[in-house]
Design a protein around this ligand. Structure first.
Ligand code: PEP
Ligand code: MN
Length: 301
């Protein structure tokens, strides 16, 4: 592995554990992150967070800046989505993950977001890698659509070399001649990256498969071969999803999937941790509580 230094394993037990307020990614516990491809509204993310906390998942994904193949497709709520992420994170006490494509976007979300995501199309955007290297929060680095394992490792090395050791590698499928699945999930890369690097490695079966009916089995395979976690797309109304509808799981299917992963997790010495994220319920119930508290204060005056 030419030139990689900081991210390579120095001995068999060498393992980075990336911490969020609720998780230790790379440790025994599985890190399951789920949520919509794109944040569409506060209500959509609120309903999603309510369902997923019970699953439980350890973080909520939701992108407000969307890299879309066509310039005419929905590009995300952009700046308008920052407040939505902030509200849902606070209301549900759940870490949030969102994608950034530029330094300006990092500046907009860095106070709100627990984990920054670098998407597949930006895996070799070296200026962006340097910019997230200058941040302190964890970064999910997704494998490029056609990146070799060496290029992937060197992209992670950029982030580490610029000062941020909190890197989570994400295998999300690579392009092949076969279009039946959107991409080909490279579980061989997951095993290789676990052996080569000390970084946590997670799997995104959603963008790999592109079809919701393939996701549960691929998730089980990923956990069985040693992945430290999963990143999965789900939506309250999958068919209505504004992006990646075909691969979105329903919220019920997502909860069911977390349950179905438990025996596999146990078999490979992992566990799925229940949160200690005392939730105050959904955003609306928080607003009701605030109103109630205000009314109480007024009466008490
Ligand atoms: C996403 O996570 O929604 C996404 C765009 O993924 P990728 O960069 O892997 O295509
Ligand atoms: Mn997507």
């Amino acid at each position: 592995m030419k030139d990689a230094q900081l991210v390579l394993k120095s001995h068999e037990k060498h393992q980075t554990i990336v911490k969020t307020s609720t998780s230790q990614i790379g440790a025994k516990e599985l890190f399951i992150a789920a949520g919509p491809c794109a944040v569409e509204s506060r209500e959509q993310l609120d309903v999603t967070a309510t369902a997923l906390k019970k699953a439980p998942v350890q973080a909520l994904r939701g992108c407000i800046f969307k890299p879309r193949t066509s310039p005419y497709s929905f590009q995300g709520l952009a700046e308008g989505g920052v407040a939505v992420l902030q509200q849902i994170k606070q209301a549900h006490n759940i870490p949030v993950i969102t994608e950034v494509m530029s330094s300006e976007q990092i500046a907009l979300v860095r106070d709100t977001t627990d984990i920054l995501q670098i998407g597949s199309r930006n895996m070799q955007n070296f200026e962006l890698l340097k910019a997230v290297g200058a941040c302190h929060q964890p970064v999910i680095l997704k494998r490029g659509l056609a990146a070799t394992i060496e290029e992937f490792v060197l992209a992670a090395e950029y982030i580490a070399a610029h000062g941020n050791p909190n890197i989570i590698l994400c295998e999300r499928g690579i392009r092949s001649f076969d279009t039946f699945t959107r991409n080909v999930l490279d579980l061989g890369a997951v095993v290789a990256l676990k052996q080569l690097t000390h970084l946590p490695v997670i799997v995104d079966p959603s963008h790999a498969a592109g079809k919701r009916e393939l996701i549960a089995d691929l998730s089980r395979a990923a956990v069985a071969c040693g992945a430290d976690g999963l990143l999965i797309e789900c939506h309250p109304n999958p068919e209505q999803s504004v992006s990646d509808a075909r691969q979105a799981l329903s919220l019920d299917a997502m909860v069911e999937l977390v349950h179905a992963l438990r025996p596999i997790a146990r078999a490979v010495g992992r566990r799925i941790v229940e949160h200690d994220m005392a939730s105050t319920g959904n955003v609306l119930s928080i607003e009701r509580q605030l109103l109630h508290a205000e009314a109480h204060a007024v009466r008490g005056r």
